[in-house]
Design a protein around this ligand. Sequence first.
Ligand SMILES: Nc1ncnc2c1ncn2[C@@H]1O[C@H](COP(=O)(O)OP(=O)(O)OP(=O)(O)O)[C@@H](O)[C@H]1O
Ligand SMILES: [Mg+2]
Length: 280
Amino acid sequence: MISAEHIKKTFGDREVLRDISFRIPRGEIFGLLGPSGAGKTTLIKILTGQLAATSGQASILDTRAEKLTMSQRREIGIMMDEFGLYGRLSCYDNLKVFALLYGIDRREIRKTLAAVGLSGSEKAPVEKLSKGMKNRLRLARAFLTNPRILFLDEPTAGLDPATAEEIHALLLERKRLGATVFLTTHNMTEAEKLCDRIALLDKGHILESGSPQEVCRRYNRLKQILVHLSDERDISFPAVPASAPEISALLAEGTVETIHSSEPNLESVFMELTGSKLNG
Ligand SMILES: Nc1ncnc2c1ncn2[C@@H]1O[C@H](COP(=O)(O)OP(=O)(O)OP(=O)(O)O)[C@@H](O)[C@H]1O
Ligand SMILES: [Mg+2]
């Protein structure tokens, strides 16, 4: 559904993206992670045809990003800061402007506002909305054409956990309905929970990609099994067959409270690879 082939982007003499390639199949939630300034927003702009790559090719629905037709554009929902909202207009009127542009039936507006939990705020001017509500409205606009592909640049940035959770549920629902989702995030827990695959972008390069679990397993250097006992003792065993009798003896005693494997979480993998925290 989405493909990048050897994309490079330079601004003046600054190379922001260096040889980026990937393919995202239909129905996948793909997460692009990386520190601030890594080039995530730039890549979304190139993939959606808002910005030309210096070289390489971005395609959506087997069409080059810069050649997408109006009807193909309707298949693509985009949520990013650059797509601003009109502060003085109401939620409803913001979507109406967009509906007119894309020739969408007005009835879809109420339906979409309801889907993102903004039914009660149709008449509220956008400038009076909270950050979470504005984000929902941006999502509503991205959803309005019922697109097959969604590009979401930090859809839950700065939101409280409950609102972020609701947005996750909306995205999983879109996936269930067959949509392909490309998102960026600084939130590792979000990436682990939502994404089928992730890629870590740093200084214009993709350093790692795969399912979150795969990527974490690749960095499981300790290869240990950590057992926490009910008397608060922690014991670690090498993850080898020879440890099985001792672990099963502890299990048989009924003193085992938790067992964990030693692979790192995404946060620590990325800290190791980029040398910086991802909370940009
Ligand atoms: N139009 C532009 N002209 C010049 N430089 C730009 C332009 N747009 C982006 N850049 C530079 O490209 C680099 C990548 O920016 P980008 O916005 O893509 O990063 P990002 O990964 O989205 O960061 P963040 O997580 O903070 O949103 C930055 O150094 C930025 O200053
Ligand atoms: Mg960005």
